[in-house]
Design a protein around this ligand. Structure first.
Ligand code: FES
Length: 137
């Protein structure tokens, strides 16, 4: 057993940015149905974590974004950072955000938590798809 492991397993080292976004997540909440142009609910079957994401689009840009997440510190902090990165972007630019962008903006995340950043990116992609579907109706 290494020095970093105790009876509760290995310690995870989170950056100050991760701790900040986990303890003070941005854009938490939901948008009213009449304000919602895109919505998605994404779950990670591997761990049971879940994220709901709402977007409001005006003039082709994400004007408002909100999320609710049930999950680990990695899920909460990456979801929060994702909303900061996407806010104000054009829908095209927002669709190009990657999980690496989110992780890098947080100054890194423990290796075994990297999959958590997929939750937000996949939710954003699905919310953008629902926005495009709505526009075609
Ligand atoms: Fe499930 Fe982090 S452990 S998203």
């Amino acid at each position: 057993m290494s020095d970093q492991e105790g009876s509760r397993g290995p310690m995870l080292f989170y950056t100050p940015q991760v701790i900040d976004h986990f303890t003070n997540p941005r854009n938490v909440g939901e948008l009213a149905p009449e304000d919602t142009d895109g919505y998605a609910c994404i779950g990670d079957p591997g761990c049971g974590d879940e994220m709901k994401l709402w977007i409001q689009v005006r003039d082709g840009r994400i004007q408002r974004i909100a999320f609710k997440s049930y999950g680990c510190p990695g899920a909460i902090s990456t979801s929060s950072m994702l909303t900061e990165l996407a806010s104000g972007l054009s829908v095209e630019a927002a669709s190009r955000i990657t999980d690496d962008d989110v992780v890098n903006a947080l100054g890194g995340i423990p290796e075994n938590k990297k999959h958590c950043s997929l939750l937000g990116v996949q939710a954003l992609q699905a919310a953008l798809a629902s926005y495009h579907d709505k526009r075609q109706e």
